[in-house]
Structures are given as structure tokens and as C-alpha cells.
Design a protein around this ligand. Sequence first.
Ligand code: NAD
Ligand code: ZN
Ligand code: ZN
Length: 389
Amino acid sequence: MKALTYHGVRDVRVENVPDPRLHEPDDILLRVTATAICGSDLHLYRGKVPGLKDGDILGHEFMGVVEEVGRDVTRLAPGDRVVVPFTISCGHCFFCERALYSACETTNPARGAIMNKKTARSGAGMFGYTHLYGGYAGGQAEYVRVPKANVGPLKLPPGVADDRVLFLSDILPTGYQAALNGNVGPGSSVAIFGAGPVGLMAAASARLLGAEQIFMIDHHAYRLAFAEATYGVVPINFDDIEDPAERIIELTGFRGVDCAIDAVGFEAKGSALETVLTDLKLEGSSGKCLRQAIAATRRGGIVSVPGVYAGFIHGFLFGDAFEKGLSFRMGQTHTQHHMPVLLEHILEGRLNPEVIISHHLPLDQAAEGYRLFAEKLEDCRKVVLTPSA
Ligand code: NAD
Ligand code: ZN
Ligand code: ZN
């Protein structure tokens, strides 16, 4: 089959690789009909996360048709259409029982071994996300093996287009969890840093939950203009203004927002402060966005962080956070927990996540898709790849 494989920094290629097979009795084999490129894939593409091997298949946002099922699969049959969450979770461990699916303690064989600690820091296994997360082959491919098929994949009703439901695999639940973590509700004021797909899904979710005032901070004018037109955000371009947080404070009666959402994470461009810091050789971040998020939040407010971080963060104003009595919520998304309710919102027309798609490309052109999305070319917001099989 064809798949998008990793060969080094900014070197991804579509190649012929062996077809995947069922390994465990609760696996399914999925024929992929649509798969997207995520901001998290860009961390791999830019070489910011260790643990990839030459030829690894990337991709953790995908959906398709069940081709084959293992003997213990009870919830699915060949021919079913499903969308698959990006984390692989067992459904019955300490964490899964508490709906903390991305903390599943049974699906990441790399835990402990790589961390060299009994109390491992990493959570569940993930598709296409390095050997730190279990080394599972990803779904930017014609076929993919999906483990824990009785827990993860969400069966879809007939007739709903792929584009409408594909983002249930990651970015929609991620934006939604970011808003829930920020206690966003009727009348809330929210500042969302980053107008990428995750920031846009956070804006859609904040609107759904009744937020009144949403500020969005980025420096790509085309992304901000889209967010303003689609979600009615107040755009703030950080290339035009010295201090976005100061502007937000002014616009909220010198109080700050109820919740700031950091949908940026690792900053795209390395800063002078960035350096290899940890025992894992993960890069640190200058923390500019986190500093801004803390500064923009009102006393007693919440900083919600869906953006991915690793290692030390420089210049983290913990004193200011203490003084203001802030709360921090963060982490990988417990996708399985949010998928059913979000599917209902989509089917009933309250959420239309597909509007953010800017590019549809055949899987063969996946490398070009990475380039457009990474470099923010051709007004790229989100790339969906379609395998031809
Ligand atoms: P993206 O790269 O398309 O978007 C990031 C945006 O942030 C860009 O538009 C960029 O211009 C903007 N930006 C950069 N520095 C900024 C700053 N200082 N202030 C404001 N904006 C700034 O990526 P994406 O797909 O939207 O993903 C965003 C983040 O979410 C990534 O870190 C990704 O890994 C993470 N993510 C986390 C989860 C999770 O489970 N928590 C899931 C999916 C993605
Ligand atoms: Zn993703
Ligand atoms: Zn589990």
C-alpha cells in the first residue's frame, strides 16, 4: 500500500510499504478514506520530537471503512464507517475508567522503558507519533491497523460526509476540551492564542458554549480574517501590536479575560532562548505565548493549554500566576470522551468543523501538503488527504 513516511527533518515521502495486518484479537484493519495533517505532525516534521525511525508512517487524524475485524471485536463489522481517535486507549485501566483516555496506562509499551522510571510521564499510545508513544503506524496511508477497536473508533450514521466528521479524530475534541477546561460558558470572555486548526476549533466550541467575547491572536492575517468572519472573534495581529495581552486587558475594562487558551504550544520559530534542555533532549520553548496568556487572564481565571509543550519553558511567570490566583489546565485530549456529544452537535448542525478545510489533496501529494501547512502558504488552514484505494 501507499503511505506517508518519515525520513528526517522536513523529509516526508509517499512510498510503497507492506500492508498492515491484524495483530491482536481486538484489532481492526481500516481502509482510510480521509486523513488530515495536524499541527502536532509539524512538531515531527520540524524534528522537535525524538523517537522517530526512518520509514515510520505518520498521521493520527483519519477515518475510513472497516475492512477486517479480529475475533474479539464486538462493536464493529466489515463495511462499517468509523472515525478513529488519535489516542489508543484500553477502556478499563485506572485512567480509562475515569474517562482520562489519553492517560491510558496499558497501550504505550514505551512507557517506563524510555522514561527509565516506573512513574512514566507519557500517556496512552498514539497513531503515527513516534516510538515514545508506542510506535504505532499512522493513518496517512491507504490502510491502518487500529488496536482497541471496541473502545476507540466511533461508528458513523450513513450519509454524513467525511469532511464533516473527520476532525472528531482530534482537533474538534481538542478545541472543545480546551474550552471546557477553561470553564467557558454563557457570557464568558476568552482569548485564544493561535488561529490554526486547534485555535479555530476552540473558537467554534467557545461560541457553542455561549462565550460572549472571543479575542484571537496570531500574525497570519488570512487566518485571523477567517476566524473573524466565521466565529466573530476580535482579531489581534501580534506583528502590528507590541503586546497583545495589554490590548486584551484594555478591551476588557482593565480586568483581563475569564480564560486564555494557548493553542500554539511549541513556537514555530526557534528563539535565541531555545535550547536542548532535558534528559530526553526535547527542546524548550521561549514561552512567549504562555507569558501572554498569563498576562491576558483576569484574577481567578483559567489558562487552558491544548498546545503541545515539552521540556522546560523559559520565563514562565509563576509569580504573576500565583498573584492572580490562576488555574492551569492542559494536556492531550481525552478524545473518546468527547466524540459522541460532538457528533450529535455536527449532525444537528450546531458545529460545522469542515469549514476550516482549505486544501484537499490526494495522498500522493502529502509531502506538498506538509510544506503548504508548515510554511502557511496558499492561505493554508487545514489539509485533508484522500487515499485512492
Ligand atoms: P498550526 O501550526 O496550524 O497553528 C498554530 C498557530 O499559532 C499558527 O497560526 C501560528 O502563526 C500561531 N502562533 C505562533 N506563535 C504564536 C504566538 N506567540 N501567539 C499567537 N499565535 C501564535 O497548528 P494547530 O494544528 O492549530 O495546532 C496547534 C497546537 O495544538 C500544536 O502545538 C499542536 O501540537 C497542538 N495540539 C494538541 C492536541 C492535544 O491533544 N492537546 C491535539 C492537537 C493539536
Ligand atoms: Zn492532531
Ligand atoms: Zn486504559
